[in-house]
Structure formats: C-alpha cells, structure tokens
Design a protein around this ligand. Structure first.
Ligand code: FCB
Length: 452
C-alpha cells in the first residue's frame, strides 16, 4: 500500500480563501465531556459501551477527555490556535436526564457557560443538538423507532434555544442521520446495536421528522441559522459487474441521497423507496412537506470514498448484500482511503442537484493517524498533508462558485472514537488518557500558522 504523504506546513494559507470564510474545529459531547459528571442521565451509549464486545478494550465515554471540568483550558487552546468558530454538541441526557420532563440545571448551565466562554475568546459557537447519546429512558420506549420521539426532541431543542439561542451563531438539529439510523440499527455497529432493516428505515424517517418539528419550533422563536449535518462518502462500484453497479447505486442512495432527498426535495429517492417502502411507518408521505421546510445552511462531513461490490447474491434479502473493497490509495488508521477529490465532487454534486444557492459548510474532515508522543512532541505530518489536500479541494469548488462558507477540522482533540474507543486519534491536540494532559501536535502548530 502506498504510504501517506507527510509535510511540515500547509501549502495554502487562510488568505487564499474568501475574507468571510470561517475556519474552526469540531467535537461532540459524549466523545469529550465525561458522561458520568454533572448529573447527566444515562444514555444508550453509556450502556452500549459497557456491554462487552461493543467497543474495543471495553472503553467508554464516562470520563473521556474530562472536558466537563477542563473546558476553560480547552477554550484557551482554541483561542491560541486562532480559529473563528467551534462546533460542539450538547448531550440531551445531560440536559434532560430522562429525555423529557425535568431539566438538570447543572447540565444546562454547563452549555451556557461554554457559549459565554467561547464568545469571550472571540470564537463563534455552533451547536449541534444531537450527536448520538440518546437518553436511555427514551431508548426504553423504542428510541428512534418510536414516532413520539419527535415531540420529545423538539421540546429539548426548545429548552436549549430558550436558554442560549441568543448567543449561538448556528444550530444543527442532527449530526449524521445515516450513522444514527443505518450504522446503528442496520449494521449494528453503534448504539443501540440493532441489525434490522425495519428499525433502520423507521428510525431514518423519525430522525427527519424530529428535525422538522425542532425546526418548526426554533423558527417560531426566530432562531437564526438553522441547519443539519449529513455525512457523505464518495460511493461508486468497485468494478464493472452488473451486481456491483446495482449494489453501489443502492448503497449510495441510502447513504447520500435518502436524507438529502427528504430534506431538500420533500421526497425520498424512488430507487431506494422501491426497497424500503414496506418498512416505512404508515402515513410517512404526510410528513414529507414538513421535512422539506427551508433551512439556512447544510453541514457536510466527509472523510473517504467507498468502492462497493455485492458480497454474495442473497436470495430473499431485502437489499443487495453490499460490501466495500479497499482502493489503491493510502489509508488512514481507520483504513479509510485518502480521496480528497471525493470532497470536491460531492460538494459540486450536492449544490447542483439538491441545495442550489444554500450555504454549505464542511462540518467535519480529518484523519486518525498513527501518532506517537516522542520527546514531548507529536509530529503528525500525515495529518497536515491530509488536511492540506482537503483544503485545496474546498478552495477549488469555491473558485467554481459553490457556496461553501466554512470548514471545521475533526477534531480539536483526541477523543472517544465510538466503537473504536481511544485507539483512533483524530485530534490536532494529543490527549494522554491516563493523565488527561493536552499537548498540541505538529498539525495544531501548522494550522495555527495557516490561520495567522
Ligand atoms: C464522524 C462522527 C464523529 C467522529 C468522526 C471520525 O462520523 O460524526 O463523531 O466519530 O466520524
């Protein structure tokens, strides 16, 4: 396999981008905060992670980076880096331990202080309301499979925005509906760990319905800059066999076109509906107009491409039995192929086919690297090279007129990488998970020079 490239600095600088283009970093609550602190309720990630076999090394997010106590130092590191904006998420279970009803004042205060702390450091706060830790009490009621969740989610959104909406630069309802639904209810890799097409299909509709109900309430509160974050993979057939072509079309349809279609066309893609219709909740068509309500921006998370083949023909299976084959290019520690042209192709395609003039933001991009702390330094030059290639891909589409307005690097610091625990390091800041000490990596310093 070809080696990853390494470089000590960026070949671009922020002055190559439009003046109003914003650079930032991203994190999420469960991955950094420490779910056992501050009176948070149990979430389905707490129980999923502590059930043996779900996460490597039996790790979980109960302490994570202890950002819950160390947030001020973390914000200082952001200020010193020179970013314009920070994308973080709030934990529903921290704010509402049972998912509905009583509010945990300490949890709400935490996010309120965080927002003020960002503004004091001249960093724009970008909130995501759901980045995966569903309160267990709602999971007990069927979680995303139960339509009632939409009202509970909208209520939680209203509570958050009532308290801090006046100081937020933007609000995203959800992070990555594909992961919330397919990765978690069909592939069984994330909480709640199901492998059931009916569960996944219904969840995918209820996540969008929840989005719609939250957007309706936040609009009535005149909250600005409402959006959602979707993840995309550049998905094509691995070879030219008929079966690979069909498998790739459906894999791509579910991953890239399903949520986009619902949100921006008010219709799920016909070719995918053909497969999934039997599992959609009764009356789903009646929700589509609400799901199609206008948004102010779309967030795009991009990491890699996906080369699809049919594993083996499966008599009686609902969907083609698709799987991915590794491509020829260098891979990150996630075994994800580095494919920056996928980012430019997708950004062009999304704006041409679905979003038109709507502002787009890259809300996550980055890599897990085989980082080593040697003599007090982490020389992660591969990460600098990876980000540089993707910054170039972004600049290219801006020059072509795609309305791309910002770019958040995933991630601000090493954190709990879900089912892969603490082994996969995505941060531009190294975290020692024994001492919880933070150490900026070479990529942090290079990004700082880029931003200066
Ligand atoms: C995305 C998630 C984020 C992180 C990165 C590597 O799918 O949104 O939490 O796990 O992948």
């Amino acid at each position: 396999m070809p080696a990853l490239t390494r470089q000590t600095s960026f070949s671009l600088s922020r002055s190559d981008f439009p003046d109003d283009f914003k650079f930032g970093t991203s994190t999420s609550a469960y991955q950094i905060e420490g779910s056992k602190f501050g009176g948070a309720g149990s979430s389905h990630w707490d129980t999923f992670a502590t059930s043996p076999g779900n996460v490597v090394n039996f790790e979980n997010g109960s302490i994570a980076c202890d950002h819950y106590h160390k947030w001020q130092g973390d914000l200082d590191l952001m200020r010193d880096l020179g970013i314009d904006s920070y994308r973080f998420s709030s934990s529903w279970a921290r704010v509402m331990p049972e998912g509905k009803g009583a509010v945990n004042a300490e949890g709400l205060d935490f996010y309120d202080r965080l927002v003020d702390g960002l503004l004091e450091r001249n960093i724009e706060p970008h909130l995501t309301l759901y980045h995966w830790e569903l309160p267990s009490a709602l999971s007990d009621l069927g979680g995303w499979q139960n339509r009632d969740i939409a009202d509970h989610f909208a209520n939680y959104a209203e509570i958050m925005i009532t308290r801090m909406g006046d100081r937020l630069e933007s609000v995203a309802t959800f992070n990555e509906p594909w992961c919330i639904t397919w990765l978690s209810h069909y592939h069984g890799i994330h909480a709640p760990g199901l492998r059931d097409i009916r569960a996944a299909t219904r969840a995918s509709h209820h996540v969008l319905l929840s989005h719609a109900k939250a957007v309706a309430i936040l609009r009535s509160m005149e909250q600005k800059n409402l959006g959602i974050v979707l993840n995309f993979e550049h998905t094509t057939p691995f070879d030219d066999q008929e079966s690979s072509i069909e498998a790739a079309r459906i894999a791509e349809g579910i991953y890239n076109r399903w949520f986009l279609g619902g949100l921006f066309k008010g219709a799920y893609p016909e070719d995918v509906v053909t497969y999934l219709e039997p599992y959609l909740p009764t009356g789903w068509q009646d929700d589509m107009a609400a799901i199609n309500a206008p948004l102010d921006w779309l967030g795009i998370n991009y990491y890699t491409r996906n080369l699809v083949v049919e594993k083996e023909p499966c008599e009686g299976c609902t969907l083609p039995n698709f799987t991915s084959e590794p491509g020829p290019l260098p891979k990150t520690e996630m075994n994800w192929e580095v494919y920056p042209q996928g980012l430019s192709t997708l950004l062009r395609w999304i704006s041409e086919t679905h979003t038109g003039a709507l502002p787009l933001t890259v809300t996550e991009n980055g890599m897990a690297n085989d980082d080593h702390l040697i003599d007090g330094e982490v020389d992660d030059q591969e990460r600098i090279a990876y980000l540089d290639m993707h910054f170039k891909a972004a600049l290219e589409v801006i020059e072509d007129g795609v309305p791309l307005t910002g770019y958040f690097v995933w991630s601000f610091m090493d954190n709990f990488e879900w089912a892969l625990g603490y082994d996969k390091r995505f941060g531009i800041i190294h975290v020692d998970f024994d001492t919880l000490e933070r150490l900026p990596k070479a990529s942090y310093h290079a990004f700082k020079a880029f931003l200066a």
